[in-house]
Design a protein around this ligand. Structure first.
Ligand code: MG
Ligand code: MG
Length: 262
């Protein structure tokens, strides 16, 4: 069942989401060469818990050990923070985090450049972030989840990059993973009807090479089958009568762009 959220419930989710937005702002200066992914995880957990009883949703979810998912280079999602994973110049690091505040969740991800990165990696980050932006703009009541996936496809088509097809976005609310599924591919007018009051995690994952993925021996980390770089940008977005509202924005640029388009 898809749960629609009331105005006050969306405001409560915006408070949860804003903690993530601010966390990403703080992480910007901390994702640098020499730092371990466990250092980042510790910082994030402390930052989250310093906000009025907020908690990191992923910690313990299905048994996951971290507050962050930290996925390096060819890793797509669900990387486990570790003292042994030290960031190096030229790496890209995808950080995915969920926060619960007063019972309401937010879910967001972003791929960071560690120092100077290659032209190809830069392009990958740009394309993936652009895909998220277009997908957010398509999240309008009366359209369908297929419009969101189609928006991602339109950005990625012609770049030579591939959309990770086996992982999808989802509804968000009291639980971090709710219905409906939000695929990153699709056709306009197909899929689930989008309604006012839905809150969706929209999260394109894009690889330089193949879209095919594998699970590593730690049973969590998913990486590209061919070892090519992968990026992931995600926002929690409320579908309102005034258009899509990004609840996890750091600077608000995507939110403003989405409003301007709606
Ligand atoms: Mg996420
Ligand atoms: Mg998600």
């Amino acid at each position: 069942m898809i749960e629609l959220k009331s105005g006050p419930e969306i405001e409560a989710m915006a408070r949860s989401g804003s903690i993530i937005g601010r966390l990403f702002g703080e992480l910007e200066a901390r994702v640098v060469p020499g730092v371990s992914t466990l250092d980042l995880d510790h910082f994030a957990e402390e930052f989250i818990r310093s906000h009025d009883g907020a908690t990191p949703v992923f910690k313990g979810l299905y048994g996951f050990p971290g507050s962050l998912c930290t996925s390096l280079n060819d890793e797509v999602v669900h990387g486990i923070p570790s003292a042994d994973r030290i960031l190096g110049e030229g790496d890209i690091l995808s950080i995915d985090v969920g926060v619960r505040l007063n019972g309401w969740c937010g879910d967001s991800a972003r791929t960071f450049a560690v120092g100077e990165i290659s032209e190809e990696a830069t392009r990958l980050l740009e394309v993936t972030e652009e895909a998220l932006q277009r997908a957010v703009e398509a999240a309008v009541p009366g359209r369908h989840t297929g419009d969101i996936g189609h928006a991602v496809e339109e950005v990625v088509d012609g770049t030579g990059f591939e959309i990770i097809r086996d992982l999808v976005g989802h509804g968000v609310g009291r639980k971090v993973h709710e219905e409906p599924q939000v695929p990153n591919t699709g056709r306009p007018g197909e899929g689930t009807l989008l309604r006012e009051g839905m809150v969706l995690a929209i999260e394109p994952m894009i690889a330089v090479g193949t879209w095919r993925i594998k699970t590593l021996s730690d049973r969590w980390t998913m990486s590209t089958m061919d070892g090519s770089l992968s990026a992931h940008f995600e926002h929690t977005v409320a579908l309102t009568g005034e258009g899509p509202r990004v609840l996890t924005a750091t600077g608000g640029s995507i939110a403003e762009a989405a409003r301007a388009h709606s």
